[in-house]
Design a protein around this ligand. Structure first.
Ligand code: PGA
Length: 251
């Protein structure tokens, strides 16, 4: 049976308790689309409150540390994210790779820490504009994935990959479906090479300026199992339009 499409909102450094009614509205709307799995990754500070506020949504973190505890001022471990009530964590977002100098090895260690803590994990990869212009996008992103993926038995059911071209994030420029299809095929082949047949079951999300008007076409693209949404996930109106593009309402 094909998996439900997975639509994940990444709130980035946005949101205080004042936005909980918005999360509740998203939750109510998501409940009307049982064929779609919907998640939100708010800032750490909102995870617990959002978990309390919603029923249908899966709530996640946007990052975690590689270690479980210790002298790491300002950091948050995967076990803490889990303890706050989250079900998943995003690792390797390009903003963290760029602004916090996270290497593929660090991303892999974070993914392994998240899985060890009992969380699902969304691993992000994506090329820069210069890399795409140079014709290197598929090579760069394939290598990024290979070096960022956790290894081990039994982890595939808790793994999601997100392809997010850096030049498409927050820019309003969305990758063409043909570019997305080509890249997702590369990623799928890599997943199967690493995990065997099970690699065929890992969802691959597209992210980068997904909105109500482009979501349907992107979600219909081969090997696109959902979307990772930044800006358009911040309001129920814009996010639920994307959820609706992923699957019909039940009533
Ligand atoms: P965007 O962000 O939808 O605002 O482009 C996507 C992301 O960074 O996950």
């Amino acid at each position: 049976m094909p998996q439900r499409p997975y639509i994940v909102g990444n709130w980035k450094m946005n949101g205080t308790r004042a936005q909980l009614p918005e999360a509740r509205a998203i939750d109510r709307g998501a409940a009307r689309h049982p064929g779609v799995r919907v998640g939100i990754a708010p800032p750490f500070t909102l995870i617990s409150a959002m978990v309390e506020a919603v029923q249908e949504l899966t709530v996640g973190g946007q990052d975690c540390h590689t270690q479980t505890a210790g002298a790491f001022t300002g950091d948050v471990s995967a076990a803490m994210v889990k303890d706050a009530g989250a079900g998943f964590v995003i690792v390797g977002h390009s903003e963290r790779r760029a602004m916090h100098a996270e290497s593929d090895a660090a991303v892999r260690a974070k993914a392994e820490a998240a899985l060890d803590a009992g969380l699902e994990v969304i691993i992000c990869v994506g090329e820069s504009e210069a890399q795409r212009d140079a014709g290197d996008a598929e090579m760069v992103v394939g290598a990024q994935l290979e070096a960022s993926l956790p290894r081990g038995d039994g982890l595939v059911p808790r793994l999601t990959v997100a392809y997010e071209p850096v030049w498409a994030i927050g820019t309003g420029r969305v990758a063409a479906p043909s570019e997305v299809a080509a890249m997702h095929a590369v990623l799928r082949a890599k997943l199967i090479a690493i995990y065997g047949d099970e690699g065929a079951n890992v969802r691959i999300l597209y992210g980068g300026s997904v909105n109500a008007s482009n979501a349907a076409e992107l979600l219909a693209t081969p090997e696109v199992g959902g979307a990772l949404v930044g800006g358009a996930s911040l309001t129920a109106e814009s996010f639920l339009a994307i959820v609706a593009a992923a699957g019909p309402a039940a009533d």
